[in-house]
Design a protein. Structure first.
Length: 421
């Protein structure tokens, strides 16, 4: 109670300050990728025009893992420098205490949002962030090359492996020495957790930590999935994939040097752009499965806007978040950045369908995306994920077999869990 009282007083003081000063300076931090900065700046310019406030973009490195470390430093220091944080979907439970509860502020609009997106940002009854955009990856493939070699779109990872190898070999033989079969995110960071969760789940190997908190990751199907992934390194995927993040993979695919790519939605608009060498030559499909009868698994991604408890201008920051996530701005982002929106209605927008066919096409994949165990493992998610991507990265690097690394991982996760998450 005391805490709430203090906060309300701070809020009132901050509001008075901004009223007397007229215009307010705000700062928003995000990890820009692709066209994010460009589109955000355009939207902020309109906000500035409408409100008279000024908003600065603080741009972060591409890796969500690096961003999160920096966010935690600022938040621990109660920094007043940042008003609005763009937070990865997995972050809410870990940093909830540092954010304003947005439930009341957005009570009038929250029902327009995709329910699962809202749910992912609710921590102990508090709305930590207003969902900005979602993510569900695709298998990008070179339609032209599949046609050229009479190959089908692969339904299983094993088919993908064989087709990638065949086309890569043939293209290299024909003089295209830079061609690779498959690129993905193999660096030791959160992106690898997403990729590996997809391989393992689609082999029937379960989750890193199950929704009920149990740890079943040390199983034969998970090992089989990792063994297959290990076989890609240095064959259909360059050795360098072990350092690839999203933009590295896109760079190779978009310049025409990969048959297949696993990537998030943002890559679609860029690869289809006028200046893209693969424009008109690629298509997307759901990620393959590990075995017949198993389901394709696409990790749920996305980024959401939270207002820092340490902001000196919470009211204006709340207004900014409302503005950035309004229909027009979400529609603009859907069209220009091919990021799946968080407002239900934007998926049915005729202009979006006409100008960005990926959005309505991908709605069912977004709806069925597989969350990471951030809710089940609460504050320990970051450590869980880090143990997981380390085990996977070691396996891909040839440092221990899948079986050995999964056994070690199981022991580490059990220790981390203790009596409960
Ligand atoms: C994308 C996803 C995010 C995920 C990250 C991993 O940005 O939206 O949820 O953690 O990729 O690299």
């Amino acid at each position: 109670m005391k805490h709430i009282g203090k906060f309300t007083a701070a809020l009132a003081a901050a509001t008075m300050l901004s009223l007397s000063a007229g215009a307010t300076d705000l700062a928003i931090v995000h990890g820009a990728i692709g066209k994010d900065n460009e589109v955000l700046r355009k939207e902020l310019d309109r906000f500035e025009e409408q409100t008279g406030h000024k908003v600065e973009i603080v741009s972060m490195p591409e890796s969500t893992t690096d961003q999160f470390s920096q966010y935690k430093l600022w938040l621990a220091a109660k920094s007043t420098d940042i008003d609005v944080y763009r937070i990865d979907v997995i972050g809410a439970a870990q940093i909830a205490d540092h954010f304003v509860d947005l439930k009341e502020a957005y009570a009038d609009i929250i029902d327009d949002y995709v329910p699962a997106a809202v749910e992912s940002q609710m921590v102990d009854g508090k709305l930590v962030a207003l969902p900005m955009f979602l993510g569900a990856p695709a298998l990008y493939y070179r339609k032209d090359l599949l046609d050229k070699y009479g190959e089908e779109v692969p339904a299983t990872w094993q088919e993908m492996t064989a087709t990638a190898q065949k086309i890569m070999d043939a293209e290299r033989e024909a003089g295209n020495g830079d061609m690779w079969g498959f690129v993905f995110q193999g660096a030791a960071y959160e992106g690898l957790t997403c990729n590996a969760q997809e391989w393992i789940a689609s082999f029937g190997g379960g989750r890193i930590v199950e929704a009920d908190g149990s740890i079943g990751i040390n199983n034969d199907k998970a090992a089989e999935a990792l063994d297959l992934a290990k076989s890609w390194i240095g064959t259909i995927a360059p050795e360098g994939v072990l350092n690839y993040k999203e933009e590295d993979a896109r760079g190779v695919f978009q310049s025409g040097n990969a048959v297949f790519m696993r990537n998030w939605n943002y890559a679609y608009a860029l690869a289809a752009g006028d200046d893209s060498p693969v424009k008109g030559k690629f298509a997307v499909t759901t990620l393959p499965v590990g075995a017949e009868g198993e389901k394709s698994a696409a990790t749920l991604g996305g980024w959401h806007l939270g207002v820092s408890k340490y902001s000196e201008h919470p009211e204006e920051a709340i207004e900014l978040v409302r503005f950035l996530n309004n229909y027009d701005n979400q529609k603009e982002r859907a069209i220009e950045t091919s990021r799946p929106p968080t407002l239900n209605a934007v998926y049915a927008d005729a202009d979006v369908a006409a100008e960005q066919e990926f959005i309505p096409l991908w709605k069912p994949v977004v709806d069925n995306a597989l969350p990471r165990p951030s809710a089940a493992t609460k504050r320990k998610y970051n450590e869980v994920s880090s143990e997981f991507w380390t085990a996977v990265h070691n396996t891909l690097s040839g440092d221990g077999s899948a079986k050995q690394n999964l056994a070690k991982l199981e022991a580490k996760l059990k220790r981390l869990k203790g009596n409960s998450w």
